[in-house]
Design a protein around this ligand. Structure first.
Ligand code: MN
Length: 245
């Protein structure tokens, strides 16, 4: 099995290193990740400057760009043949509900999916790495299942509760939940007295009902959501066309 591994936390992130080590036990793994933490980069491609592909002593490649840049370069300039699977993560922090739109972790997987390759994004809920190896074990178990019934390509978003492997209750196949509006920006002042702003926290869960990723994770299950990319609001097509008739 040939796996292309990336993330949005950067090529030095513990989640990437631990997952790479586990995957190398049974797969041929190529790692291409951003040179810095690009969490929140979403699906951005860098078009205003050239990109460099460098290789670290451990064999990982890193790019001075976004997660999507990494997959784009890996697939079109580095790898001689496409991988069987693209894996992104393991991200430090959850990517559930509306977070998936902003997530660079999900974006790296999405970029592979757009190239027609099955892809899985993995995130561990909450910050901190107390149970990193447990989450890696859960991720590896899912990767090794290979999802033979799923049509190719697929794009899966996986969130793993932050607990010991033995404490995980199993997995739930669920839809994305929804969040309330984000918290306001946080205003501060630079040394010159000019206002600066930090993007504030995401909103709290609005739809965390049964059947959502929020609910599954809160109950101690690994949440798995198959994603799609088409943003068309199909039910509004006819109403819009009627307004313009
Ligand atoms: Mn991240």
């Amino acid at each position: 099995m040939k796996i292309l591994l990336s993330n949005d936390d950067g090529y030095l992130a513990p989640g990437l290193i631990a997952l790479a080590r586990a995957l190398q036990a049974f797969a041929e793994v190529t790692v291409v990740a951003p040179d810095t933490n690009r969490s929140g980069a979403s699906n951005a491609l860098t078009l205003d400057r050239p990109l460099r592909l460098e290789q670290a002593d451990n064999g990982f490649y890193y790019v001075n760009g976004t997660p999507s840049d990494c997959i784009h370069i890996a697939l079109t300039a580095l790898m001689s043949s496409p991988p069987d699977l693209i894996v992104s993560g393991l991200n430090q922090g959850q990517n559930m509900g509306d977070d998936t739109l902003y997530s660079g972790t999900v974006a790296a997987a999405t970029e592979g999916y757009l190239f027609g390759i099955p892809a899985i994004a993995f995130s561990q809920v909450d910050k901190g790495w107390t149970f990193l190896e447990d989450a890696v074990q859960a991720a590896v178990a899912l990767i090794r299942c290979e999802f033979p019934s799923l049509p190719r390509p697929f794009l899966l978003n996986v969130n793993i509760p932050n607990c010991a492997y033995a404490q995980l209750k199993g997995h739930r196949v669920v839809r994305l939940g929804k969040r309330h509006m984000s918290e306001p920006v946080i205003k501060a002042f630079d040394p010159s007295g000019r206002a600066v702003y930090w993007i504030g926290p995401a909103g709290s869960a609005k739809d965390a009902s049964e059947g959502t990723d929020f609910h599954a994770v809160a109950q101690g299950y690994i949440a798995i959501t198959p994603l799609q990319v088409d943003l068309s609001n199909v039910p509004q097509l006819s109403a819009l066309a009627a307004d313009l008739a």
